[in-house]
Design a protein around this ligand. Structure first.
Ligand code: ATP
Length: 268
């Protein structure tokens, strides 16, 4: 059911403060999406201004595209429909068109709303002569529904797509997403910021060298860094339990140096 993918802002658990190292992207999205949605009357005073109807986030897996999309919805007070591409592509002939139509109608009804499509390339890739007739019709209809958003200047519905392969996207789709952001693998400085954020609430010993961790994790995505920290944290607890089982309750809150030691050894 489509409704199972709908989230209201109050239920979105992430906001800008959960994203590290992407200040430039956040600033752009704040200016192009969040402020216009929050202050619609002001922006509507200009006949030249047009609300963006499409935003593309592209870059390698695990670098925060979904996180950014959700946080944007939260900050703008928008509803969030996470449109599962498989729902549209797996349905019988005619059914997917009805579903697409239902998604856009729902989005308009509950606006302001973001329709988020992860791996948008798998659904709206370049059209070619090998396309099944139903697939080609589906794409055309999807674009018509999307264009309908532009003709309705009152609608605050944005299609936000994420992809690891922007080059595979249909040119017509790219045109509909003038706001595009590359979310690449984090640099050393960004990794340092992500590590500090992830470990902000953890019990980390003073001798853990964050700068060194950031240096040693070249090539890690934000998701890899999170997984590394999770593994180190679990290891610390396991080690603690093995050696201190009897005193578990007494010392559970004590930090352990093993966090830092283990982080260096995790292989990518
Ligand atoms: P995919 O292409 O595989 O869908 P993605 O780019 O959408 O990946 P997310 O799902 O947004 O990546 O990120 C996965 C997890 O990695 C996040 O939930 C978060 O815990 C962590 N993460 C990634 N990037 C960042 C970041 N910049 N700041 C904080 N956490 C991050």
């Amino acid at each position: 059911m489509i409704a199972t993918h709908l989230v209201v802002p109050a239920d979105i658990t992430v906001s800008w403060s959960d994203i590290a190292g992407l200040d430039d992207v956040i600033q752009e999205l704040r200016e192009s999406v969040v402020l216009p949605v929050r202050h619609r009357e002001l922006f509507n005073q200009s006949k030249l201004w047009q609300a963006p109807k499409g935003v593309l986030l592209h870059g390698p897996p695990g670098c925060g595209k979904t996180l950014i999309a959700k946080a944007t919805a939260k900050e703008a007070g928008m509803r969030f429909i996470n449109l599962d591409v498989a729902i549209l592509t797996d349905k019988w002939y005619g059914e997917s068109q009805k579903l697409a139509s239902a998604v856009f109608s729902l989005a308009i009804k509950i606006q302001p709303c973001i329709i988020f499509i992860d791996e948008i390339d798998s659904f709206l890739r370049s059209r070619n002569s090998n396309d099944h007739e139903a697939t080609a019709m589906m794409k055309t209809q999807f674009m018509m529904l999307w264009d309908g958003l532009s003709t309705n200047s009152n609608s605050t519905v944005i299609v936000m797509g994420a992809t690891n392969r922007p080059k595979d996207l249909d040119k017509a789709i790219i045109r509909r997403m003038p706001a595009q952001f590359h979310i690449g693998l984090p640099t050393e400085v960004q990794r340092l910021q992500i590590l500090k954020l992830i470990l902000e609430t953890e019990c980390v010993h003073n001798d853990v060298d964050f700068n060194r961790l950031a240096k040693l994790t070249n090539g890690f995505s934000g998701s890899d860094l999170r997984e590394m920290c999770r593994n180190a944290s679990v290891y610390r607890m396991r080690l603690f339990m093995r050696t201190n089982e009897n005193e578990l309750n007494v010392q559970a809150s004590q930090p352990s140096t093993s966090f830092g030691l283990r982080c260096y050894r995790i292989k990518k």
